[in-house]
Design a protein around this ligand. Structure first.
Ligand SMILES: [Zn+2]
Length: 418
């Protein structure tokens, strides 16, 4: 049975909200900067929370500053949760995060207009500090909410500007009183821009996201001997820079050999003393490895580490390392993934299954309730970039699928069982 309802999203209303939120923290060349818990983030929160109240939602703020609004259903019970985040990186676009929250509000507006009472409640939420640009770790609000990060630990995190999470929450008026995990959804669906090039390149309208890649970040420090570039024969060098270069090649090679979804990046590298005529004594670099399969990710970690130690041994360089981040891959719920696919097909929208290359709030909920994500294309695959762009018709398609999926989950007996 098709899931089509007569309810259609109003793309004009949704785009107006995206643009209005995008004016807060707007950068002169385009894009936005609303780093978590800054006054700009506070102003964005006030705007969105105001819209929640206008739509009749019952708004709550928890102790880590996550905000949600609930639209009641016929029955009490756990709500179907829609949402994402409204904080951005320093050079953010208008869509990353904001789309999932504002499309959630569009779903509510549509249901209000059509006077539809769903069987179960629907909640729209935004989570604190998803980006992690000002305060580490990222996905902080959803991690604290779901218990994988302690509140006390999160509140004392010091940001890049010396500020503290707890104090900044107070300063912007979002140190809420509601106990953590009060919001316990029956399902979570997050609409998000892809932030990669796959949908655009394949000319596909909707991504039914199957899960989130596992992420492994390691920082390596290599220590050799700095010496004169002219007088030190090659055979007598302990060149930390050479080993760093071999590490970069080893990371690329590991990705190629492991194949599948494996990616590998050395994105940060510094040499000391970093001078034209001195053999580098020290190299500090990061290795970012990602895979949807935990076993393969572990193989990549081992292969890169072994190659670095081998190269260091041959050059007489010592190696130390520390883990910066490690998340296992997350699998989304098979039934909700299928529901996203069905809803897209019923609207004659091309759809493909795909993993997410980036972390999202949804992954924190996946172990606890049926969870999935909907992706829409990102032009040129750009994100965390002021030129991030998704066209209104693509946003409309994603928001419509979100609406259809929500109706199926919140009124499962209306002939729309997932
Ligand atoms: Zn995001």
């Amino acid at each position: 049975m098709p899931l089509l309802s007569n309810v259609r999203v109003d793309i004009g209303r949704l785009m107006a909200r995206i643009e209005t939120l995008g004016e807060i923290g707007a950068l002169s060349g385009g894009g936005v900067c609303r780093l978590a818990l800054t006054p700009e983030d506070g102003a964005g929160r006030d705007l969105v929370t105001g819209w929640m109240r206008e739509l009749g939602l019952d708004v709550s703020v928890d102790r880590i500053g996550n905000v949600w609004g609930i639209r009641p259903g016929k029955a009490d019970g756990a709500p179907v949760l829609l949402g994402s985040h409204i904080d951005t990186v320093a050079t953010g676009g208008l869509y990353d995060g904001a789309l999932g929250v504002l499309a959630g509000l569009e779903v509510i507006a549509c249901l209000n207009d059509a006077d539809i009472e769903t069987e179960y409640p629907i909640a729209v939420a935004f989570f604190t500090n998803e980006e992690g640009s000002r305060f580490a770790p990222d996905m902080m609000g959803s991690a604290v909410h779901q218990g994988s990060l302690a509140l006390e630990e999160a509140l004392v995190v010091v940001g890049i500007d010396g500020s503290k999470v707890g104090e900044e929450l107070e300063a912007i008026g979002y140190a809420g009183e509601v106990a953590l995990a009060t919001l316990s959804p029956s399902a979570f669906v997050e609409l998000h821009v892809e932030q990669g090039p796959v949908l655009e390149r394949e000319d596909i309208r909707i991504g039914a996201v199957t899960g989130v890649q596992g992420i492994s970040w390691t920082e390596y420090t290599l220590t050799g001997v700095s010496n004169h570039a002219g007088t030190t024969p090659m055979a007598f060098r302990c060149d930390a820079g050479l080993v760093a270069a071999e590490a970069i090649v080893a990371a690329r090679k590991a990705a190629g050999e492991i194949g599948g979804t494996q990616v590998a990046t050395v994105g940060a590298l510094t040499l000391e003393p970093n001078l034209v005529n001195v053999v580098p004594e020290k190299a500090v670099f990061t290795v970012d490895l990602r895979n949807t399969e935990e076993d393969a990710l572990k193989r990549a970690e081992a292969q890169v580490a072994e190659a670095i130690h081998e190269a260091a041994g041959a050059e007489g360089v010592t190696v130390t390392s520390r883990r910066l981040a490690r998340f296992e891959p997350v699998e989304f719920d098979a039934r909700v993934i299928s529901l996203v696919e069905r809803c897209a097909k019923d609207r004659a929208l091309s759809v493909r299954r795909m993993p997410s290359g980036a972390g999202h709030d949804a992954q924190m909920f996946a172990p606890y309730c049926p969870t999935a994500m909907i992706f829409v294309p990102s032009r040129d695959g750009l994100s965390h970039n002021i030129h991030e762009y998704t066209a209104p018709d693509q946003i409309e398609a994603g928001a419509q699928v979100l609406l259809d999926v929500t109706l199926a989950l919140a009124s499962p007996d209306a002939g729309t069982k997932p």
